[in-house]
Write a protein that binds this ligand. Sequence first.
Ligand SMILES: NC(=O)N[C@@H](CC(=O)O)C(=O)O
Ligand SMILES: [Zn+2]
Ligand SMILES: [Zn+2]
Length: 455
Amino acid sequence: MSETKRPGAGAGTRPVLLRGVRPLGGQPVDVLLADGLIAGIGSSLQTPPDAELIDADGAVLLPGFVDLHTHLREPGREDAETIATGSAAAALGGFTAVHAMANTNPVADTAEMVEQVARLGQRAGLVDVRPVGAVSKGLAGGQLAEIGNMARSAAAVRVFSDDGSCVSDARLMRRALEYLKPFDAVLAQHAQDPRLADASCCAHEGELSGRLGLAGWPSVAEESIVARDVMLAEHTGSRLHVCHVSSGGTVEVLRWAKARGVAVTAEVTPHHLLLTCDLLSTYDPVFKVNPPLRPAEDVEALRAGLAEGVIDAVATDHAPHAAHDKDHAFGDAAFGMLGLQTALGVVIETMRVTGRLDWAGLADRMSVRPAQIGRLTGHGRPLAVGEPANLTLVEESSSWLVEPAALASLSRNTPFAGRELPGRVLATFLRGRATVRDGALAEASELAEAAEASR
Ligand SMILES: NC(=O)N[C@@H](CC(=O)O)C(=O)O
Ligand SMILES: [Zn+2]
Ligand SMILES: [Zn+2]
């Protein structure tokens, strides 16, 4: 079920000739996709007679994005999202692979559960859905989940996380790191010391949280867990990944740990790169998220950390919530925001337009490094002949208006509603097959046919 075990995938789909694309924003060339692979790159390619021609007119060709952190809500909360609707949002956002977080109901803490998620992902056929396995049974933080069984299962889990909860017990954290090491897996930590920031804490702790009367979530609740965890990762020699870094202090700890040679990686969300805690003065629950939005100094440190590479990746933490969970007074609303369809636009706005990353840098943080962290061999590959055609095509010069009702997600909780975002995803290709074309999902019938052909 891992994408590497599907040699026939992509075969049987019609070849595609992308005319005049700019790989990583470079000079325009033609790119031929056939049999699931990049079959040719050049200026006067032989076009197979049955090839579909896409006039790309200078659009930027990038490796398909890989999300390390997606909540697809199935099973259990299909009122908020399903694997199919979340996959559609992902493809429209330029993603070709997502990691589905384990905090579903039931929790993804057994081999059977992760295999079911992978199967549903394959059935949707829009992106490679890689299940994340829970670290602890039921995310309860008490006993280890079936880490070995999930890693050895057909789903070949390589990312384990109790996301939504922190693995706060140091002894359990150490055991988990030791246990997943032989599988070359990584522990993705939701860093929140529950003694310093409990479930009622919903606003960055500072002058503003006091004034608004919202319970404070101090940065040190994140920083102290990351500091502890990098020492445990060093001690065990295991891989640690830090989810949704929100504070400048965490960036400092990561820089120090990486300089020491600790096997630690980290992600930042688009919303933490763009939004600040000042938005909470509206009391609009759409801005309630875990960890909370922070002041402008932190946003600046996160952008700098991502540009420097101390933060390795952008991950969406796409967290759909139905209106009946989200539309409450701020203190009572669910934590989380949508992210898949807006991620690219926000990253362009915060990192490209500001000159902090070029297209190769953006591809590195949104595709190459996340694929490496998740040990996904078929994604985040160079744009070269013979590589899997997992690609996205972006029109750099156009922008689009974020309208919640127009998003593919079943939920509407985007904090970017009414914003104009730069960069439009024109097309996304999964093993050479268009999942998105002309900025819209490819026809369902066509997708089913192609999925059938590639089985
Ligand atoms: N980020 C959030 O605010 N919410 C996430 C859980 C999480 O990522 O911690 C969710 O599952 O809704
Ligand atoms: Zn989390
Ligand atoms: Zn999450």
